[in-house]
Design a protein. Structure first.
Length: 248
């Protein structure tokens, strides 16, 4: 099964009008291989302008969405509203949201189901903390998080799973290709055993955590690493471009 390479750029809470303009101009000059899906996720307030000015070969994602279509939910954004702006993707369950905004596995699953129902594809994130890895519970943690999503959805066609070990995010401490591959295999096996062999074969599992222009190609050699979710390096167009072209 050939899974299309997938590169996401998570800009997190970074950027200004000027920086967003320069990123979009830079990205418009990057050659996007037809074998690769590329999606960038600006902060909410910039998604509309990014979608308007960015070339269509690059998708745009939000970094969160809520579980209702509309209503009295101050500060929230619905996937229906994202769709209204032609935003086709959303990142859900990022460890920063789980940690700072106390999002549970169950809530991430609910948000995933609602986004998919609204026609927005989902990058669903899982990942263990350092103490969980050291305690030997990595597989348990990531499969529990994946189950939170699996319990709420039936169709995985529009889901990409991102494995992002918390200890590797923004730390410069990247998982080795073998460490990442091991967890990707665990996640894929869990999908095969608990959802279906077809879903396990077809679902892209991407890696995130200190991916940069220097380490992406090595990680991309692993058969179960189907791409990357990139934070810091996605704010530097030349580095992000190298990562986009990291699979030979
Ligand atoms: O959290 C990440 C992407 O969602 C990874 O961030 P960094 O690439 O900055 O480590």
């Amino acid at each position: 099964m050939v899974r299309k390479f997938f590169i996401g750029g998570n800009w997190k809470m970074n950027g200004s009008v000027a920086q967003v303009k320069s990123l979009v101009e830079g990205l418009n000059g990057v050659d996007i291989p037809s074998s690769t899906d590329v999606v960038v996720a600006p902060p909410f307030i910039y998604v509309d302008r990014v979608r308007t000015h960015l070339k269509r070969e690059i998708g745009v994602a939000a970094q969160n969405s809520y579980v209702k279509a509309s209503g009295a939910y101050t500060g929230e954004i619905s996937p229906e509203q994202l769709k209204d702006l032609d935003i086709d993707w959303v990142i859900l369950g990022h460890s920063e949201r789980r940690e700072y905004f106390t999002e549970s596995d169950d809530f991430v699953g609910e948000k995933t189901a609602h986004a998919l129902a609204a026609g927005v594809s989902v990058i669903a994130c899982v990942g263990e903390k350092l103490e969980e890895r050291e305690a030997g519970t990595t597989a348990q943690v990531v499969t529990r998080q994946l189950k939170g999503v699996a319990d709420k959805i039936k169709d995985w066609t529009n889901v990409v799973v991102a494995y992002e070990p918390v200890w590797a995010i923004g730390t410069g401490k990247v998982a080795t290709p073998d460490q990442a591959e091991e967890v990707h295999v665990t996640l894929r096996k869990w999908l095969a055993d608990n959802v279906s062999k077809e879903v396990a074969d077809a679902t892209r599992i991407i890696y995130g955590g200190s991916v940069n222009a220097g380490n992406a190609a090595d990680l991309a050699t692993k058969p179960n690493i189907d791409g990357f979710l990139v934070g810091g390096a996605s704010l530097k167009v030349p580095d992000f471009s190298t990562i986009i072209h990291s699979r030979l």
